[in-house]
Design a protein around this ligand. Structure first.
Ligand SMILES: NC(=O)c1ccc[n+]([C@@H]2O[C@H](COP(=O)([O-])OP(=O)(O)OC[C@H]3O[C@@H](n4cnc5c(N)ncnc54)[C@H](O)[C@@H]3O)[C@@H](O)[C@H]2O)c1
Length: 270
């Protein structure tokens, strides 16, 4: 169902790799709600991905940008404002990658070049995106910026590896930049802490299959899907959430506040 919540709004969506991606579902929902946007991803992901199909479907242009490159981001923001015909109202940062996870390095045996690269892509990139938008004065007043995160920033999930530290940093950047963006430009900045979701990035985490089932059984409402995450993001881009800022918002069916559930307990009772 569509509500025209984003009619007349313009933005940039980072991170749609394939139809499982949270960013892909968000692009589809934003389009249904009347929003216009530019799609972007790392140049290498464009060669592998199916983003052109999404662009066609949503009437969007694609501008490649590596989220670790200030030049790429500067070009992306300037070109997006031109293509869309005005300043931006929403930006989705849906980017994550750990080289240590990919190369199978344990948390207690990190390669720090890998750590540095993963942090640059997954965490510092959020600051870089916002600083680019801020300096270019590219956001309209009452605009909204959202990044995706995971609860390993607050509680330890051993196999989440160095992404836990990257997410803690990302959430801190949302608060810190949220202050300046709020004061000076009336723009809000939030992170959504999403349930485990079967995407390329999600499935890269060791033990994902067992973990997603565990999370589902622990959540009174069950895991939140990528499409439900897209719906929630639409509300944060809409004018109905103007004073929500500098928050880490759990979108996880209640997992984060559940100590134990009956289903999980049943596994331990005779
Ligand atoms: N899947 C989950 O279980 C889950 C749970 C909570 C939060 N998240 C977060 O959601 C976000 C989106 O991930 P997803 O699950 O949709 O997986 P995904 O693999 O579909 O998306 C990750 C995206 O990051 C992009 N990316 C990687 N390096 C980049 C770079 N240098 N520059 C620009 N883009 C780059 C990839 O190309 C890809 O499109 C990530 O921040 C992830 O950590 C995922």
């Amino acid at each position: 169902m569509a509500y025209d919540l984003l009619k007349g709004k313009r933005g940039i969506i980072f991170g749609a790799l394939d139809s499982n991606s949270i960013a892909w579902k968000t692009a589809e929902r934003v389009h249904e709600e009347g929003g216009k946007f530019v799609l972007t991803n790392a140049p290498i992901a464009m060669r592998m991905g199916q983003i052109k199909e999404l662009a066609q479907k949503t009437g969007s242009e694609i501008i490649p940008a590596d989220a670790t490159s200030e030049d790429d981001l500067g070009n992306l923001v300037n070109e997006s404002v031109k293509i869309l015909g005005g300043k931006l109202d929403f930006v989705l940062h849906s980017i994550g990658m750990s080289v240590n996870v990919r190369k199978g390095r344990a948390y207690t045996d990190q390669n720090y070049d890998f750590s540095h690269k993963g942090w640059d892509i997954s965490a510092l990139s959020f600051h870089r995106v916002m600083q680019t938008l801020f300096k270019a004065d590219a956001m309209n007043e009452w605009g909204s910026i959202v990044a995706l995160t995971y609860m390993a920033a607050q509680r330890t999930f051993p196999d989440y590896n160095d992404m836990a530290d990257n997410k803690a940093y990302l959430e801190s950047v949302a608060r810190s930049f949220g202050y300046f963006f709020g004061k000076e430009k009336k723009v809000r900045v939030n992170t959504i802490s999403q349930s485990p979701t079967p995407t390329t990035a999600g499935q890269g985490v060791k033990g994902f299959d067992g973990f997603i089932t565990y999370a589902d059984k622990m959540s009174p409402l069950g895991n939140a899907t990528a499409l439900e995450c897209a719906d929630y993001t639409v509300t944060l881009f809409s004018d109905l959430t103007k004073k929500v800022t500098m928050q880490n918002l759990f979108h996880d069916g209640g997992f984060s506040n559940t100590g134990v559930s009956k289903e999980v307990m049943d596994n331990f009772t005779e």
